[in-house]
Design a protein around this ligand. Sequence first.
Ligand code: UN1
Length: 512
Amino acid sequence: MQKIAQVLKQLGIKKDCESVCTGLNWINAVGGRHREIISPVDAKKLGVVHFATMSEYEAVLKRAVDAKNIWQNIPAPKRGEIVRQYGNVLRENKEALGALVSYEMGKSYQEGLGEVQEMIDICDYAVGLSRQLHGLTMHSERPGHRMYEQYHPLGVVGVISSFNFPVAVWAWNAMIAAVCGNVSIWKPSEKTPFSAYACMNLMKKVIEINHLPEGIFTVINGDKEMGMMLAEDKRVELISATGSTPMGRAVGKIVAERFGKSILELGGNNAIIVTEHADLDMAIRAIVFGAVGTAGQRCTTTRRLIVQESIYDTLLKKIIKIYKQLKVGNPLDVNNHVGPLIDQNAVNLFETAIERLKKEGGNVLVGGKVLKGAGYEGGCYVYPAVCEARNTYKIVQEETFAPILYVMKYKKFSEAIAMQNDVKQGLSSSIFSNNIRETELFLSAQGSDCGIANVNIGTSGAEIGGAFGGEKETGGGRESGSDSWKAYMRRQTNTINYSNQMPLAQGIKFDV
Ligand code: UN1
């Protein structure tokens, strides 16, 4: 793996970066605010990024609106060809981009590579999709008539992404939006802009080679206010936002007010149920990765473990043993399993959650400490925690973006399902059992109420081919595979009369 300085060079990242990329050109921030980006890995300064000013915001919007008319007139399979080329550029730069994601965000290098792979996968998926944007045909009730539906691009899609997946979630949205004929404006998390800038620099190459105009893929750097400006902007037909439930509630309301469309992918409070019929060794591997992967900062992180009482002690003993072997440290060192949290604020939230859990009567079984001193290089490291808790504790009902696993017992299977569902969030869920009655009940309408329900695999690590998203306070949107593409297009129903008569539907007579 390359050194970070080489990585930045390869990806065209400077120490002092502009605020906006119009797809071909970076625009200098004039008098804009700026932010220093400090790596959570070793507390070193990665560089400075500028926030877009109002005039830069306008410049991006103008470029996007101008480009949409050109882009939507390019045939969908030709748009797919651009996405195919981008997938190849990502393949060539996978190691560098994976390392930058790891260093800027703190996830392990393996997971950084995985995230870039997810981008490559979605590019491949989108290329195929570019020839499959199908509508249906229907039989008309009137003679000499036919009906069909077709999908047209929406226009401009705004993508607001979160720090925890600094590159993949943009690709899920932007690549699907692109083959559907939309241009996209990306507002990355203000915590991880360099990863976004790297993606744009790689995209710039493809746009240049193909002599495409600027404005098809753009990035705009800013904080919350910038996200709200996009949400309010009538020129942006769809907002796809990933982040916390409070953020989604604010964005969703504003977009709905102007009758815009939104896809919201918000908080999760994901549980794994382990029954007495489970293969415990398999379950343990999934539980530990689900709880500590990305240092507990995935929307899909396993936060609750609901265990049948007869296997509770055995399972916990095994989990605690593995937790004690976890290596926490620099995520670029492949010997470490867990990297840092994103920043000091996240470390504070981790500590507060542990304190609140204890006050409510919970019990920390392993971990739960902030790690400082030699080997931690001033980074934001914590030791993942396993805690005994009750589902009704206030802290258990909340999503704390940190590696804290709350463990609880059940007697009857129906109790386990009730506990799994008894939270406000509804993203991902899973069951470990080799009993078909239990697994099928879990997947039935009376089972998990989440957007994702898995059997004998964990709650995180969804593949791009499925629709990704959740119910309840997770927001209800779907991204990535299956027919999620339909959210990026407008459906038009067409009825064509090829007869010489003018019959009305429903047999209505109206003779004049
Ligand atoms: C997120 O945490 O916002 O299923 C996305 C997963 C990843 C995506 C997570 N494929 O864990």
